[in-house]
Write a protein that binds this ligand. Structure first.
Ligand code: NAG
Ligand code: NAG
Ligand code: NAG
Ligand code: NAG
Length: 359
């Protein structure tokens, strides 16, 4: 049967092609700044065909909602920055590579880290679009139309222009999930498991923005008496969204795909994940050594803390390979004096501190 090896080879090739097309992502909108909306000429479709990393469905949405694209890029950038902040002291530090794959090949592993990355970038899009609506930057949305909260004191006004998180959520769902919905893998296949994982984590990210949004108020009234208040819906600082998703990362649920094409818990004694929880399907690599296949950058050369016993400590960060000390000069403001009136004058002090990098 000479046909069989050929078929196998074709199957392998197509799965490679899948990997390669997956390597590009809308995340790359964060790297190639999208032109400001006013630069778009209505109906100028070439813009959308030139943006790298979009799936066919996302390209269509781009054509319909061109003015949204700059905000999607901004949202992705916010998400990436937050990811790097949350993981700054860990072996995998959410570093990006300078091409369309953005996070490199590590995203091909359905790990906890990948789960976090999908969630935080989906959250970034909700955040950016919701604010853009409030600021009047988009023609298809405006201020939030959320109903007045029931527990708001009766004499406070529900008015001001709030962040339009309903619109941001809906748009992000359309756009971010589009690329997953286009895929058509066999039910119960590993690839389908990965699609379900991505969808769940995108949703968890969007909900984190929704959940952290809160009521903000402003006082009015004679000479600041605050006898009158106007209130509106306001998104939280993105740091709070990041913190919340980091907690979800720590408690993420290990799942596997069933033959019927549903995700189920690997360990059925744990609680079923809610739509706000992160899920993953593959164990994480240890991220210790540089590995071209997995895309791990390794921790050689990373700064570590000699006295910490946490992930940022030299023992864990360097994976037991040891570390090299070096002296670094740090400049700080010191001997600050208050001068009448009104400024503070400081001197610059230099201090030599011991630091350590992984071998
Ligand atoms: C992206 O760059 C990395 C290293 O910089 C390289 O290993 C990888 O193959 C590149 N990916 C693509 C899709 O070009
Ligand atoms: C890279 O990772 C793969 C998958 O975990 C492993 O099989 C391979 O041996 C690793 N390569 C190196 C050079 O460590
Ligand atoms: C993350 O770690 C890599 C590899 O060790 C390093 O090259 C990079 O500068 C780090 N990135 C950030 C944002 O700290
Ligand atoms: C190193 O870790 C110790 C113990 O956790 C902590 O007190 C100290 O502030 C850390 N040093 C730096 C430079 O982060």
């Amino acid at each position: 049967m000479p046909g069989l090896p050929l078929l196998l080879a074709a199957a392998l090739l197509s799965s490679w092609a899948q990997l390669w097309t997956d390597a590009g992502s809308w995340w790359s909108l964060a790297l190639n700044p999208v032109q400001r909306p006013e630069m778009f000429i209505i109906g100028a479709q070439p813009v959308c065909s030139q943006l790298p990393g979009l799936s066919p469905g996302q390209r269509k949405l781009c054509q319909l909602y061109q003015e949204h694209m700059a905000y999607i890029g901004e949202g992705a950038k916010t998400g990436i920055k937050e990811c790097q902040y949350q993981f700054r002291q860990r072996r995998w530090n959410c570093s990006t590579v300078d091409n369309a794959s953005v996070f490199g090949r590590v995203m091909q592993i359905g790990s906890r880290e990948t789960a976090f990355t999908y969630a935080v970038s989906a959250a970034g899009v909700v955040n950016a679009i919701s604010r853009a609506c409030r600021e009047g930057e988009l023609s298809t949305c405006g201020c939030s139309r959320t109903a007045r909260p029931k527990d708001l004191p009766r004499d406070w006004l529900w008015g001001g222009c709030g962040d339009n998180v309903e619109y941001g959520y809906r748009f992000a769902k359309e756009f971010v999930d589009a690329r997953e919905r286009e895929k058509n893998f066999a039910k119960g296949s590993e690839e389908q498991g990965r699609v379900l994982m991505n969808l769940q984590n995108n949703e968890a990210g969007r909900r984190a923005v929704y959940k952290t949004a809160d009521v903000a108020c402003k006082c009015h009234g004679v000479s600041g008496s605050c006898s009158l208040k106007t209130c509106w819906l306001q998104l939280a600082e993105f740091r709070r969204v990041g913190d919340q998703l980091k907690e979800k990362y720590d408690s993420a649920a290990a799942m596997r795909i069933t033959r019927k094409g549903k995700l189920e818990l690997v360990n059925s004694r744990f609680n079923q994940p809610t739509p706000e929880d992160l899920v993953y399907v593959d164990p994480s690599p240890d991220y210790c050594l540089r590995n071209e296949t997995t895309g791990s950058l390794g921790t050689q050369g990373r700064l570590c803390n000699k006295t910490s016993e946490g992930m940022d400590g030299c023992e864990l960060m360097c994976c037991g390979r040891g570390y090299d000390p070096f002296k670094s000069v740090q400049v700080e403001r010191c001997h600050c004096k208050f001068h009448w009136c009104c400024f503070v004058k400081c001197r610059k002090c230099t201090e030599v501190v011991d630091q350590y990098v992984c071998k």
